[in-house]
Design a binder for this molecule. Structure first.
Ligand code: AMP
Ligand code: MG
Length: 420
């Protein structure tokens, strides 16, 4: 398992905003990310058993046909179709049987039949199989009605995939069924990308570790455990960078270390323009920072910058906004860095079980779920309501323009799983 050369680092201006744009529409922001990022991970070869969730680094073709030989699709009796006459049939049975992995070993004479089981290679002289339920059998012969079709109950060699056929595409994330396809077509290992290492850092003097005692004024760090979990669901390698208070030098030291350990860093909190917003201040000082004022709710502020060659997504502290920004912006960007290429989440147009008036000028994401084929949204849009994130099973995306959603109108529902 050797790693090949890594691609070159990203350019410092990879987060530059389009000139003259004040509030960046979501699609423009996404286009910017799509165009300026590239794959930063190296390739390796992994056994199928280790490849689940990995991103394929090269197109892959079948090494062997599936099925490799013509075989029986049912338990029954095999014979040559051309030997059948008109009307009901009686065929003498030959000795032995053909079973999966245990071939008959000799040809079946024209006009005779042989016992055959599901998955058995068709013996020479057999091209058609009749289901055992459709025959009367004695030890010497079988009898059945007319009407059998040629090649019935058989599978052709390579009817699924022939040797050399494309089976998997570079950039796809390997699921259980993909591993089955690779195995069936003769492959034991696959070329994949190393997992993108994503660092997660929480910032804020108010934060304490979940489960520990909290004093008045302190809150539990909810973002870090959420983001680390989300990243492993997405197939990346999460790197826990811990927490730092609102102290510039401590944050600087943490970012310095993180830039060595991670391919991309997600911070939460301290990303806007206030006195204690040290993430944005440091990225600005590093000279490759953009405050993306994206026309999105929830989502502000999002600070993007480069720290010693490592891209940093300065997410909002608010957990709802942090999650939405990660799903909508960081996920596709990380997909590019990880070799997956750009992908937009699959959404579904479903009738709304709610009403909502929305002004023009920004895209909105509502915490939502589907019940009885209709989309429900969480009762409160308050961005501190973490319970709504947990209640929801996805997001409703409302377009940038004004909309007046009435009950029964179709809205775009994107399940959380579509972002993975
Ligand atoms: P900030 O972006 O730092 O101004 O934080 C915005 C809000 O999010 C504040 O109410 C913070 O207390 C809260 N917040 C920041 N980081 C976290 C975190 N890791 N977990 C939960 N809430 C947070
Ligand atoms: Mg803060």
């Amino acid at each position: 398992m050797h790693a090949t050369l890594k691609p070159p680092p990203l350019r410092d201006d990879c987060f530059a905003l389009p000139a003259g744009v004040d509030w960046t529409p979501v699609d423009v922001a996404l286009d910017g990310l799509r165009q300026r990022l590239h794959c930063v991970v190296a390739e390796e070869t992994l056994a199928l058993s280790a490849a689940l969730g990995r991103i394929l680094a090269k197109d892959v073709v079948a090494a062997r046909a599936n099925p490799p030989e013509p075989n029986a699709a049912v338990d029954g009796y095999g014979f040559a179709f051309a030997a059948l006459g008109a009307g009901d049939q009686t065929l003498p049975l030959v000795e032995g049987r053909a079973a999966a992995g245990v071939p008959l070993g000799h040809p079946v004479p024209y006009g005779s039949a042989v016992r055959i089981l599901t998955g058995a290679a068709l013996p020479e002289g057999v091209d058609t199989v009749i289901l055992e339920e459709d025959v009367n059998a004695s030890p010497e012969a079988i009898a059945f009605r007319e009407g059998v079709k040629p090649y019935a109950n058989t599978r052709k060699a390579g009817e699924d995939k022939a040797a050399g056929d494309a089976i998997l595409r570079a950039g796809q994330r390997l699921g259980a069924a993909d591993l089955a396809l690779a195995a069936a077509t003769g492959l034991g290992a696959l070329p994949v990308f190393e997992r993108l290492r994503v660092g997660v850092l929480s910032t804020g003097d108010e934060l304490v570790e979940p489960g520990e005692a909290a004093r008045a004024g302190q809150i539990y760090d909810a973002n870090r455990v959420m983001l680390l979990a989300l990243l492993s669901d997405m197939g990346f390698a999460p790197v826990d960078l811990g927490r730092v208070g609102d102290a510039r030098e401590a944050l600087r030291a943490r970012l310095d270390a993180a830039a060595m350990e991670a391919d991309v860093i997600l911070t939460s909190g301290g990303a806007s323009n206030g006195d204690e917003d040290h993430v944005s201040a440091l990225l600005r000082e590093a000279g490759a920072m953009q405050e993306w004022r994206i026309a999105v709710k929830p989502g502000r502020p999002l600070a993007l910058g480069m720290w010693q060659g490592t891209p940093v997504f300065g997410l909002p502290g608010n957990p709802v906004a942090a999650l939405v920004c990660t799903l909508v912006f960081a996920r596709p960007a990380m997909g590019v860095l990880a070799g997956r290429g750009w992908s937009a989440p699959q959404g579904y147009a479903l009738p709304a079980a709610f009403e909502k008036r929305k002004k023009a000028g920004r895209r909105e994401y509502l915490r939502a779920r589907v019940r009885e084929g209709q989309v429900e949204v969480f009762a409160s849009e308050g961005s501190g309501r973490i319970s709504g994130l947990s209640w929801a099973e996805g997001l409703v995306e409302l377009p940038d323009g004004a909309v007046d959603v009435a009950r029964g109108d179709r809205v775009r529902f994107v399940p959380y799983g579509s972002f993975l």
